[in-house]
Design a protein around this ligand. Structure first.
Ligand code: NAP
Length: 345
């Protein structure tokens, strides 16, 4: 069988790097779409030792011409759309840019595929943030939508665009409605990575205090390396569909902090609640963790947990890394990095 070509938008991001590694290992020719900039953002691809094994081409999710040109040039069998403004928090500051890249962007991609290469299969990185306020408890693909952020609104636009391009034009396109997934390659602007990176620095003698938003916020957190396998499995099906991808368990930010602190060798005890909550070093009494209104969001989704039984049944997918192992993996990776930086300076 001839070698398949995969196009990954957002290849320089967390999921892009894990997916590139996985597809190269499966024997694909992988082409990564990157935004034009004066410096290439390659550390994640380098850290998974895949930077030399992919071809990089310029594309911007805001620019229809660049999308059409690239699809015409490389004729991919599979397209994974992971590119766009991906932070819920940032979407409150940049709502229009978020809508452009994460809402209209996927529609540009599907329109280009429809015009140029309708036989290509597409994956759209949808998000549990589309459920928002309506979601109470366990949610699956039949759940109603009520996004609570500009990011969720953009992702819901893209979700319906996927459904429409499937129904109206017969494209093979799937929504992976993914709950939060993390890894040592998670961006620093996301709370999990902020926690592990800051606690690792404190464990190495840093004098900062880790400032967070609501410690009682709960999320269904999985490992990015597992989630990219679900993306691939969706494109191996006979038809496109919508799938929830989740672990089925939630934990609070506070639980994440407690485990991460232990993993880097800090002994933290919490006192107080809400904005008054603090985490103190049990030995010295020094405040290591605090809460600030600045990190609360204008609106939050209701606490929810994902039911991925459809993905399990149809894609034979289930997560391999549990919450404890995920936190340990991230904390130890950041501790190693902090120790290396300490030795360097
Ligand atoms: P990420 O690490 O923030 O990566 C985002 C990628 O998008 C980066 O490669 C970035 O490129 C690229 N990008 C940003 N704006 C772009 C534009 N205008 N044109 C082309 N590329 C652009 O995000 P991630 O965690 O890997 O997530 C991948 C996708 O899954 C995103 O769509 C995200 O919304 C979605 N998702 C993620 C989660 C999660 O928990 N991780 C959950 C649900 C859905 P630069 O390197 O140039 O910045």
């Amino acid at each position: 069988m001839s070698q398949k070509t995969a196009l990954i938008t957002g290849i320089t991001g967390q999921d892009g790097a894990y997916l590139a590694r996985s597809l190269v290992d499966k024997g694909y020719r992988v082409v990564g779409a990157v935004r034009r900039s004066s410096t290439l953002n390659l550390p994640r691809l380098v850290s998974l030792k895949v930077a030399q094994e992919v071809e990089l081409k310029t594309l911007d999710m805001q620019d229809f011409t660049s999308i059409v040109r690239l699809i015409e040039e490389i004729e991919p069998n599979e397209i994974y759309n992971l590119g766009g403004q991906s932070s819920v928090q940032a979407s409150f500051q940049q709502p229009l840019y978020t809508g452009e890249t994460s809402g209209l962007g996927p529609m540009r991609l599907m329109e280009a595929v429809k015009l140029v290469l309708p036989e290509a299969r597409l994956f759209e990185a949808s998000s549990s943030e589309i459920f928002g306020l309506k979601a109470k408890g366990t949610v699956n693909e039949t759940q109603d939508f009520h996004p609570r952020s500009p990011y969720g609104v953009a992702k819901l636009f893209a979700y319906w665009a996927v459904v429409n391009y499937r129904e109206a034009y017969g494209l093979h396109v799937s929504n992976g409605i993914m709950f939060n997934h993390e890894s040592p390659l998670r961006g620093m602007e996301f709370v999990t990575r902020k926690i592990t990176a800051t606690l690792a620095q404190i464990a190495c003698g840093g004098q900062q205090t880790l400032m967070l938003g609501n410690l009682e916020n709960a999320r269904d957190w999985g490992f990015a390396g597992d989630y990219v396998e679900a993306m691939w499995a969706m494109l191996q099906q006979d038809e496109g569909d919508n799938y929830v991808v989740a672990t089925g368990q939630t934990h609070t930010v506070k639980q994440f902090v407690e485990l991460a602190a232990k993993a880097v060798g800090l002994d933290v005890e919490f006192e107080g609640e809400g904005l008054e909550a603090k985490g103190l070093d049990r030995k010295t009494g020094r405040q290591l963790i605090g809460v600030s209104q600045d990190f609360y969001r204008p609106s939050e989704p209701d606490p929810m947990v994902g039911d991925a039984s459809k993905a399990q049944e149809k894609l034979n997918w289930k997560p391999s890394v549990n919450f404890e192992a995920l936190v340990m993996m991230m904390a130890q990776s950041d501790l190693k990095r902090a120790r290396e930086e300490q030795a360097w300076y």
